[in-house]
Structure formats: structure tokens, C-alpha cells
Design a protein around this ligand. Structure first.
Ligand code: SF4
Ligand code: SF4
Length: 427
């Protein structure tokens, strides 16, 4: 098996939730459904205040260009198209719906035929986006017929604490593999490889009976960031995606395991994308869980259900390595919210940073072969051309450099900022 260079081995911390069967968060009284839950333009409201909607009804139509449809996760009455706070700390349009708890439901029409075109169209119609966190519209990603021979299903889930994909693969192995086969048909690949880290033996055992014919299972070493796209491709196929290249340039396309499940649900059950499995975990949570959570659910509802303490060390959306700090529990869950972590003060580890001691650990750990310490130095000197020469644009934001730094330098944040400035100023 090919290996990627660098990387780290942080404590998995998956023990809090890995044995928790997927449950369901009770529906909230109100949902604030973001019209932008994806990369690209926000969806355009398809409903107005006072209108009654059913669960599964279209409430936001994909805008021109790159965008995605948005659906109501509950039955109820639209109270308005309102601005509400987002994970990025900005205000954006949301559809506010009052739940009437009738749970009246509508589904997409049955898929009459299984052709690459009809499956791609269904994926677009159902508003499916990359649920591993990227949020890229899946129909656009899979529209690579003739350019790829291999579809990869990413079940690595290498971030500490997160167990939603693990549980999904354990409890819905048939659905995930059937979804993978539908994605293979859509993108025209000849084969599927499902990559799972070896620290998920139960998921591997559950998937194995379904991995035959076109579908193979690849056990991956447990090393962060195994699930990062370029590293995942390298581990599963031995192929390298160069800087500025797309996976399709290496003949592959990568879809997250939860996304494969969503494709199955859209094609087999006519269910559009309006809920997902989310891990709620961390040392400041009394009842860690893996839960189906409706898009638009305020994070406070999730916190209260799981006995999470708001006054903890840090609240994070996603994993502790690549996730974002959450500053308000008024923010609402979306298609890409894989985890909500309430880290205790010990887990959050807020040591002050000190001067670089030149140990080189950040260079060794960087899976992209960059020199984070030199990039940070160039950033502080406002020498962005130098930061570019050290490779800042290739940073994947994995956080390995910050993780290993004994001086607790904010390296990943620094490199991310340098990358942003280089891009914005066209350096
Ligand atoms: S520089 Fe970027 S890619 Fe390299 S370890 Fe740091 S965050 Fe990861
Ligand atoms: S790991 Fe930290 S202390 Fe070591 S070289 Fe990199 S920035 Fe300096």
C-alpha cells in the first residue's frame, strides 16, 4: 500500500461516541435552514412567508452556476426568509420554518431508469453536496465521465472524536455500498475503492460482504490526515495529484461515505438531502451521541439534548484538527456539519505560544512537504512572495504543524492567512 509523507498520530478520542448507535434528535419547534450550505452561490428562496411546507419539499432552488437545492426538514409554516448568523460569523439568508409536528412528507418521484444521466440529475435534484465537510455539489463533482477510471469512497474519518461515518458504515453498509455503485455509474468509473482506516474494524467487517465485483475495500493505516483528498488518493491508488491539479487529472474522483449514503437515499427512496448523522462529543458532554439531525436545527437544541456544557474549553464544529471554533449556539446545523465538540479546558489546551526553537518538527509533520515555520516567518515579515516560494498555496489546512509544535506557534492559521493573501492579491 502506498503511503503519504508526514502526518501525525493524535489521540483518537473516539471512545466517547464510537459505540453509540445512531439515534435521532427530537425535531425542534423551529428550524432556520441556511440557503447556503454548499460551495457556490446560495440557493434562491422557493417559498415565502405564510406558506405551508412538507418535510422534503424544495424551499431553496439552486442558483445559476455552482449551487445546490435546499429542502425543508420538517412540515410546518414558513415564518419568513430571515438573516441569521452562520458558522463563519456572518449573516446570511435562512428559511425560518415553524414545525407543526404533523411530519407530513413528500418525496422525489421514483427514478424511472438507472442511467449515468438520470442518476446525476437525481443527485443534483436532491441537493446533495460533499458531506465530509467540503460541501461541493456532488453532481458537479461526479460529472467526469471519460476522465476517471476509479471512484474512491472516503471512509477514513481520520479526525479525532468524529464517529458519524464509522457508525453509518457499520449500520448502513448495504446502503453506503449501493450508493457507491450509483456514484460509479454516474461518473463512469470502472471500479470503486472504499478506503477505511484500520481503527474501524467493525465498519470494515460490515462493509466486507458488500465489497465484491466492481467494489473493493482498502484498509488504511491510522494516520492523520489520511482522509485529506490528496493523501487519501495516494493511499488508495498510489497516484499523486500534483499542485494545481484535480483528482480527475489522476483518473479518480473521491466521494465521502455519508455522501454515498445520501445518493442511495435520493435514488432509492426519493429522499432529498435535509438531514445528516452528526457526532456530539468531547469531555464536556454528558451524553455523547451519533444523531440524525435536521438541517436548520439550532446548535443549542443539540447541546441541550446531549447535556453539553457551554462553559467549556472550546466548542468546535467538525474535528479538532480542521474544524472551526463555534462562537454561538444560535448557529444552525447544515449538510456539512459532521460533528459538534464540546472540549473540556484540558482538551482545548490553550497554552501560550513562545518563540520557535528551530526543531523542524513542523516540517517533518507537514503532509504536503511544506516548511510552515518559514512560511510563518515570511508572513510576519509581510514577504508574501517568499511565503509562496515556501509553498503556502499548497497548504491543505490539516493543522499537523500546529499540533506538533513544541512552542505552540499558530502555524496552520499563519499558513492559511498567507495562502489567502497570496490568492487575494494574485501574488
Ligand atoms: S502547512 Fe498546511 S498542509 Fe502543512 S501541516 Fe500545516 S496546515 Fe497542514
Ligand atoms: S515545530 Fe515549532 S518550534 Fe519547531 S521549527 Fe516548527 S515552528 Fe519552530
Amino acid at each position: 500500500m502506498a503511503r503519504f509523507g508526514g502526518g501525525v498520530h493524535p489521540a483518537g478520542c473516539k471512545q466517547y461516541s464510537r459505540e453509540k448507535e445512531i439515534g435521532r434528535l427530537p425535531d425542534p419547534k423551529e428550524v432556520w435552514v441556511p440557503l447556503s450550505q454548499h460551495i457556490g452561490a446560495p440557493a434562491v428562496p422557493a417559498v415565502q412567508a405564510g406558506e405551508r411546507v412538507l418535510r422534503g419539499q424544495l424551499i431553496g432552488r439552486a442558483a445559476e452556476g455552482l449551487s445546490a437545492n435546499v429542502f425543508s426538514p420538517v412540515a410546518g409554516t414558513v415564518k419568513g426568509i430571515v438573516t441569521h448568523i452562520t458558522f463563519a460569523g456572518k449573516k446570511a439568508e435562512h428559511v425560518l420554518i415553524e414545525n407543526d409536528f404533523s411530519d407530513e412528507h413528500t418525496a422525489l418521484a421514483p427514478l424511472a431508469e438507472r442511467t449515468p444521466e438520470s442518476v446525476l440529475a437525481r443527485i443534483a435534484e436532491a441537493g446533495i453536496v460533499g458531506m465530509g465537510g467540503a460541501g461541493f455539489p456532488t453532481a458537479v463533482k461526479l460529472n467526469v465521465r471519460g476522465r476517471v477510471d476509479t471512484l474512491l469512497i472516503n471512509g477514513a474519518e481520520c479526525e479525532p472524536y468524529i464517529t458519524c461515518d464509522d457508525r453509518l458504515m457499520r449500520e448502513y453498509a448495504a446502503e453506503v455500498t449501493a450508493g457507491a455503485e450509483l456514484c460509479r455509474l454516474a461518473c463512469g468509473a470502472q471500479r470503486v475503492i472504499i478506503g477505511v482506516e484500520k481503527n474501524k474494524p467493525e465498519a470494515i467487517a460490515a462493509l466486507t460482504p458488500f465489497c465484491k465485483g466492481n467494489i473493493a475495500l482498502q484498509k488504511l493505516r491510522t494516520r492523520y490526515p489520511q482522509g485529506a483528498e490528496k493523501q487519501f488518493i495516494r493511499s488508495c491508488t498510489g497516484r499523486t495529484v500534483g499542485e494545481g491539479e484535480l483528482p480527475a487529472d489522476a483518473g479518480v474522483v473521491v466521494i465521502n461515505a455519508h455522501t454515498a449514503y445520501a445518493v442511495w437515499a435520493a435514488c432509492e427512496k426519493g429522499e432529498p438531502c435535509y438531514e445528516r448523522v452528526m457526532t456530539v462529543s468531547g469531555g464536556a458532554v454528558e451524553r455523547p451521541a451519533n444523531l440524525w439531525v435536521k438541517n436548520g436545527t439550532p446548535l443549542r437544541e443539540i447541546a441541550d439534548h446531549c447535556g453539553a456544557h457551554e462553559e467549556c474549553g472550546r466548542i468546535v464544529s467538525g474535528g479538532p484538527m480542521m474544524g472551526d471554533a463555534v462562537f454561538s449556539l444560535k448557529i444552525c446545523a447544515k449538510k456539512t456539519t459532521s460533528a459538534l465538540l464540546f472540549l473540556s479546558k484540558e482538551e482545548a489546551e490553550t497554552n501560550k505560544s513562545s518563540v520557535c526553537i528551530g526543531c523542524g518538527k513542523c516540517v517533518q509533520a507537514c503532509p504536503m512537504g511544506l516548511s510552515p515555520t518559514f512560511i510563518e516567518e515570511a508572513l510576519l515579515a509581510k514577504n508574501y512572495a517568499e511565503a509562496k516560494r515556501y509553498g503556502a498555496p499548497a497548504c491543505i489546512g490539516c493543522g499537523c504543524c500546529s499540533y506538533v509544535c513544541p512552542a505552540k506557534r499558530y502555524l496552520a492559521q499563519g499558513v492559511k492567512l498567507a495562502k489567502k493573501i497570496i490568492s487575494e492579491r494574485g501574488i
